[in-house]
Design a protein around this ligand. Structure first.
Ligand code: UDP
Length: 249
């Protein structure tokens, strides 16, 4: 990550200490002045994966912004005595950017998910945000060696580029291609197109407020349980890391 100020380090992954409102303000400034931006929304799974893969670790820590997506990251920041401002769910930030983009007449590109999902997501976004200029979209099952998608994005120069390939693919795609573009805010958004398309439901607000959105997701998509086993390991690693640090002080 380029700016070192106001960072919180969780298992060596650097997070921006910033509220959602302040972040959106910064992003609006950057997009309005055509400053290229790479933003990662990192949850415990991403942090754990980054700790096992050096290349991915360096991608995440070299992004312009890394923000805490998931209550697990907030709990970890409290455990190490350096609490992050607030959880910023990737989906909430995506929706906020669509809203702002609609107000400002920005352009956007959607890359990822299955063809029928991204088609439906784009249709829904067009209806809800008619002044957002959607310059293109593509499903997430493309030939990685072909440059046709990045050529299209380079040519159309969208302000917002949402990449929904799941981690680590989405961050790897962005880091491999971002140098080819002049401008744009690039953000990996995981399964968000499935939510925009109405295929997957976001947890009701009470569940979100009670910080049990992960449980709702697990009930909706039980096949995710294996991925969730990483959560207790994450908490344990943060705890052990804190203990080792204390005994060395
Ligand atoms: N996906 C894709 N290309 C791939 C693998 C996954 O477009 O090669 C899409 C998949 O269809 C889904 C999203 O990436 O829409 C992954 O969602 P998931 O919930 O796994 O992501 P997370 O939010 O957990 O990172």
């Amino acid at each position: 990550m380029k700016e070192e100020k106001n960072k919180v380090k969780i298992l060596n992954v650097l997070f921006n200490h910033i509220t959602k409102n302040a972040l959106v303000k910064k992003l609006v400034e950057r997009v309005s002045s055509n400053q290229k931006t790479f933003l990662v929304t990192a949850n415990p799974e991403i942090i754990m994966y980054a700790n096992t893969d050096k290349d991915y670790f360096s991608i995440v820590n070299n992004a312009d912004y890394t923000i805490p997506d998931g209550i697990g990251v907030i709990i970890a920041s409290k455990m190490i005595g350096n609490p992050l401002s607030e959880r910023i769910a990737g989906y909430d930030l995506l929706v906020e950017l669509l809203k702002v983009g609609n107000e400002k007449g920005w352009s956007a590109y959607f890359l990822g998910a299955k063809k029928e999902v991204v088609d439906k997501a784009v249709n829904n976004v067009k209806t809800t945000y008619p002044d957002l200029d959607i310059v293109g979209w593509h499903d997430g099952y493309f030939d990685w060696e072909s440059s046709s998608i990045s050529d299209e994005i380079r040519e159309k120069k969208p302000d917002l580029i949402f990449v929904a390939l799941g981690f680590p693919k989405q961050e790897i795609w962005i880091s491999e291609n971002i140098n080819a573009f002049e401008k744009g805010l690039f953000m990996g958004v995981g399964g968000s197109f499935d939510v925009l398309a109405g295929e997957v439901k976001r947890a009701p607000l009470v569940w979100q407020k009670m910080n049990i959105e992960w449980l709702y997701r697990l009930i909706q998509q039980p096949s995710r349980w294996k991925r969730m086993l990483v959560l207790p390991q994450f908490v344990y690693k943060v705890f052990v890391g804190k203990y080792i640090k204390k005994t060395n002080e």
